[in-house]
Design a protein around this ligand. Structure first.
Ligand SMILES: Cc1cc2nc3c(=O)[nH]c(=O)nc-3n(C[C@H](O)[C@H](O)[C@H](O)COP(=O)(O)OP(=O)(O)OC[C@H]3O[C@@H](n4cnc5c(N)ncnc54)[C@H](O)[C@@H]3O)c2cc1C
Length: 494
């Protein structure tokens, strides 16, 4: 019997993983990617011996990666040369105090007790809650899709409201563990990874800081892009065909069925199924005809964006740790400026990454590779944000923050700079509103409420990736790829 064919739009993590599962089950899979290489948001920039991960910089939730590599018939530890990053983050607060988050509980105790007597006990209790949230969340919400409402609204799921605290606010919930606002921010800032402010995120997301301390933050030699290289090898070995520099102009549909895709150059490709990995709101808005659904998707809540600076510098900064976070004391105001006002806070929190601390080959000998990331609002509907001016302000904030830890000469040692604003994110990866994490993960956009992995009308059009189920992040994109592939195989009785 002739094998069934699938066209995948986009070679992001979800697209590569789904394609591999489908090919391993005998389907003929072609991935069509607009850019000249795979990886999507997990991208790499190399210049003059400096290597930058331009998207993800943190390998978090290693257990999820491990099980997804296993599901692909391979092993994460064999495919990637991993090292544990500990301390995970060096936190710097506005008052000059510092906290190195570490899995060494004795070192944590010594540091925390200086911030707030009794707070180490708070951490242990918070970790207990995080442990419960992690294991239940992964098993009951992340590692499965919800094809029908009846799979989500079950009697068995009712206790989850208590056990996972989806209706409790994450920041408010922190009062049960810490009084010091610096500690509350130290264990909630990870909500930004979900595109959320801790002031609106469900308390469920304590699973993130828990996993970072319990399972570790890791770094693959060669940077995060080596994950893409590993996945591409598995995909190509499975027989997936990749076509690069080919942008899809539209999905070719009739009233109930997707016939295939049409490329920008007019070429038509046909297949038994189409799987869209490009970000879901963009697919509805730009590649499908129904403008009603597109409008309702664009009215959903989008995650924030970031302005990123990639600097090749002619001096080595051994005293810049691998992951430094400058957390602003006006934490609530910070999120308000980003999420409600769609701007740059007056005193933004900032993340600085120095990959050569972890892998010296990321910079030439005696030099350094520095990334500065400043969270900002996503693009507004009225297009009134002046991104060049906002970017220039953001750059000065990074230099100001670095000066506060004694790095005063970085600007004069920069050999070259590349930067990304929300406009770049939109242009490079077709991310609507330049939103780096796509649809955010507030309570109304989680679980069954998140757009599913199959189109409601077209019976052979599927979705995978950050804005669909289960959500944003590299390991979750791998889960999404597997779940979408499973859905296709179930429909085709494979
Ligand atoms: C700045 C930043 C930092 C992040 N940090 C982390 C982190 O530290 N850890 C972590 O786990 N996650 C992180 N993430 C999230 C993670 O990168 C994403 O959730 C994940 O990579 C999304 O994968 P995806 O499957 O949705 O595909 P995407 O990355 O969205 O890829 C989709 C692909 O579709 C292509 N495409 C779009 N339109 C078309 C078209 N018309 N025709 C053909 N191809 C098209 C795009 O070019 C792209 O290659 C970060 C993301 C960003 C942006």
């Amino acid at each position: 019997m002739k094998s069934k064919s699938v066209l995948v739009i986009g070679a992001g993590i979800g697209g590569i993983v789904a394609a591999t599962h489908l090919a391993k089950h005998g389907m003929k899979v072609t991935v069509v990617e607009k850019n000249s290489r795979a990886g999507g948001r997990c991208d790499r920039l190399s210049r003059d011996g400096h290597h930058f991960d331009t998207g993800p910089t943190l390998l978090v939730m290693p257990l999820l990666y491990e099980s997804e590599f296993q599901a692909l018939g391979t092993s994460m530890r064999e495919m990637l040369d991993l090292q544990r990053v500990d301390p995970t983050y060096h936190l710097v607060f506005d008052d000059g105090s510092k906290l190195a988050l570490t899995s060494d509980m004795k070192a944590m105790q010594e540091q925390l007790e200086k911030f707030e007597p009794g707070s180490f006990d708070g951490l242990l209790r918070y970790m207990t809650e995080g442990h419960r949230h992690y294991h239940l969340g992964i098993e009951r919400l992340v590692n499965r899709d919800f094809r029908k409402a009846s799979e989500f609204f079950t009697i068995k799921n009712i206790p989850l409201i208590q056990q996972l605290k989806p209706l409790a606010n994450h920041y408010k919930n922190m009062s049960a563990y810490f009084d010091d606002p610096r500690l509350k921010s130290a264990f909630t800032f990870q909500d930004v990874y979900m595109g959320l402010s801790p002031f609106e995120a469900p308390a469920t997301f304590s699973l993130m800081p828990y996993s970072e301390l319990a399972h570790g933050v890791w770094y693959p030699r060669g940077g995060m892009y080596s994950i893409v290289e590993a996945l591409m090898k598995v995909a190509q070995d499975a027989g997936v065909e990749f076509v690069f520099d080919a942008s899809v102009a539209r999905v070719d549909v009739n009233s109930t069925h997707a016939r295939g895709i049409v490329l920008d150059d007019g070429q038509r490709l046909e297949a038994d199924a189409v799987l869209a990995n490009a970000d879901l709101p963009y697919i509805y808005n730009d590649l499908l005809p129904d403008k009603g659904i597109a409008r309702s998707i664009s009215r959903k809540r989008f995650s924030c964006s970031v302005i990123s600076f990639f600097w090749g510098v002619d001096k080595k900064y051994e005293n810049i740790p691998p992951h430094t976070l400058f957390l602003a004391h006006d934490y609530r105001e910070n999120f308000k400026s980003i999420i409600d006002d769609l701007g740059l806070p007056d005193n933004p929190s900032i993340y600085v990454h120095a990959p050569a601390r972890l892998d010296p080959s990321m910079a030439p000998t005696g030099e350094d590779t520095i990334i500065g990331i400043v969270p900002v609002g996503h693009m507004s509907e009225n297009g009134e944000q002046d991104w060049a001016a906002i970017r220039d302000d953001a750059r000065q904030h990074v230099f100001r923050r670095l000066a506060s830890i004694g790095i005063t000469d970085l600007e004069s040692h920069i050999k070259f700079e590349t930067n990304f604003t929300p406009l770049s994110w939109r242009k490079r990866y077709n991310l609507m509103k330049g939103s780096t994490h796509g649809l955010c993960h507030n309570i109304t956009q989680l679980g069954y409420f998140r757009p599913g992995n199959k189109h409601a009308r077209y019976d052979n059009l599927y979705f995978t990736g950050a804005s669909t189920h289960p959500g944003t992040g590299m390991p979750t994109a791998m889960v999404s790829g597997r779940l979408s592939a499973q859905r296709i195989m179930d429909d085709f009785h494979i």
